[in-house]
Design a protein around this ligand. Structure first.
Ligand code: SF4
Ligand code: SF4
Length: 440
């Protein structure tokens, strides 16, 4: 079977972000750089680093298969230089096998792991605003995605499990593998982590989103962070959009720090959050507001730059949804983009970001639990990816084995199949989710 067909069949999607189906990124020509993103720039999370440390052969072999399929000229694994020693296993595997794969060591700044930032750091090419790396001859996958590619290609294994880090205000941070569809509360209870009256965040402390204990783990879950409600890392996340917009309209002093430190502005994109803020305050036309569409939501403006405690990031998120409803997309007549001259001087040191977030005391290497957590029941969503929902192919009462396909997308439709993450009986099947009760 062709590689792209296997990846779609086995449900491999980006194991972070929006979950873009991996097969749909692959072209057989025109790719100069195949890049594995091992940066993991959000503090506290250790999934990427654990996979690189524990499964270097899988990552290298998965990357090699992708490089060969796409006929890419070069292949890179990008990691932070400060982790060079603990990730030495990757270099050893590359050297031992003589693979034509290079390592790229990034500086310790935020957001070094932003896909477009990493492409620029490695290739010196700027991905156009609103564009994708393929437009400059690059493909980027994260480490866990390539680990899943290896499992699909060489072990005939679909995506049924997810590594997550649980950290923050917990006695013992851990990284552990869990079945997809397991409830957040179930994970925390099994690990004896207290979460009553705490705020739970899916993902990192900067870009992560507040979730409920009843939410479930998907193919794109990044981690579970547990914080007190009063923690500075969550205060802006719990403000309503009305509060955010009211403050934005009245308190912006047009200092333009948000623009001068914005990683996308520094890449040469026309994203100037201070202009978005003033346009919002004075109800100006959409000319500057539309540039919110090219915001990566990295949070530098919100966490680091703004002396007024404003959140251009949340404003941009809001504007994106407004424009999406109106069917307005970003466009520009510019053809070429060049990083701004002082970009390197304005990059944000991760250590300073941690201070701003108030998370230095939680910044430890989590223990790795070398055994998958068991789930008595899972609720598996039929849309965990960009593209169409998968359509259930089982019915209530059916018995399924772990790894069976339970929902499918048609061959000619963008999306990815969904598989049972435990063996058991389907007790509820809807177009949005399937609940499987495990066998005792
Ligand atoms: S979140 Fe702020 S700093 Fe980040 S890209 Fe958007 S405007 Fe720029
Ligand atoms: S940093 Fe804050 S106060 Fe300064 S221009 Fe940006 S939003 Fe306004």
């Amino acid at each position: 079977m062709e590689l792209t067909k296997i990846l779609k069949d086995k449900g491999v999607v980006g194991a972070g972000g929006a979950g873009f189906p991996t097969y749909a990124k692959l072209k057989r020509e025109g790719i100069d750089y195949y890049i594995i993103n091992g940066i993991e720039c959000e503090p506290l999370l250790w999934v990427t680093k654990e996979i690189l440390m524990r499964f270097p052969e899988k990552v290298v072999k998965g990357l090699k298969a992708l490089k060969e399929y796409t006929n890419s000229k070069e292949a890179y694994i990008g990691v932070k230089g400060k982790y060079r020693e603990i990730l030495k296993g990757i270099e050893d595997v590359i050297v031992a096998d003589g693979y034509n794969i290079k390592t790229f060591f990034a500086g310790d700044f935020y957001p070094a792991g932003d896909e477009q930032v990493l492409v620029y750091e490695i290739t010196n090419k700027v991905v156009p605003p609103g564009g994708i790396p393929l437009m400059v001859g690059s493909v980027v996958n994260n480490v866990e995605t390539v680990y899943n590619v290896y499992n699909a290609l060489f072990e005939d294994k679909p995506v049924t499990e997810k590594f997550i880090t649980i950290a923050g205000d917990v006695k013992k941070p851990v990284t552990v593998k869990v079945p997809i569809g397991i409830k957040v509360s179930s994970i925390l209870e099994k690990l004896e982590i207290e979460y009553e009256d705490k705020v739970l965040i899916d993902g990192g402390p900067v870009m992560g989103k507040i979730i409920s204990q009843d939410d479930v783990i998907t193919k794109t879950s990044g981690g579970i962070l547990v914080f007190e409600k009063s923690h500075p890392g969550v205060s802006k996340k719990i403000l309503s959009i009305e509060q955010i917009l009211r403050k934005a309209r009245t308190c912006c002093i047009q200092c333009r720090y948000c623009t001068d430190q914005c990683p996308r502005y520094l890449l040469g994109h026309d994203l100037e959050p201070h202009k978005i803020m003033i346009s919002l305050a004075f109800n100006l036309d959409d000319r500057f507001l539309k540039n919110a569409l090219i915001c990566s939501e990295c949070g530098v403006c919100e966490i680091y730059s703004c002396p007024q405690g404003l959140s251009p990031r949340r404003v941009n998120q809001h504007l994106k949804s407004v424009f999406a409803k109106k069917g307005i997309k970003y466009s520009t007549d510019k053809k070429e983009f060049f990083a701004r001259e002082n970009r390197e001087l304005r990059r944000i040191p991760t250590s300073r970001l941690k201070v701003k977030l108030g998370i230095e005391k939680y910044d430890k290497h989590p223990e790795f639990i070398d055994e998958k957590l068991k789930a008595g029941e899972v609720k598996i969503l039929t849309k965990q990816h960009i593209g169409a929902k998968a359509v259930p192919v089982i019915q209530k009462g059916d018995r399924v084995k772990e790894s069976d396909i339970v929902a499918k997308v048609d061959d000619n439709v963008l999306g990815a199949n969904i598989h049972a993450s435990i063996t058991g009986i389907a007790v509820k099947v809807t177009e949005d989710f399937i609940v499987i009760k495990g066998e005792e």
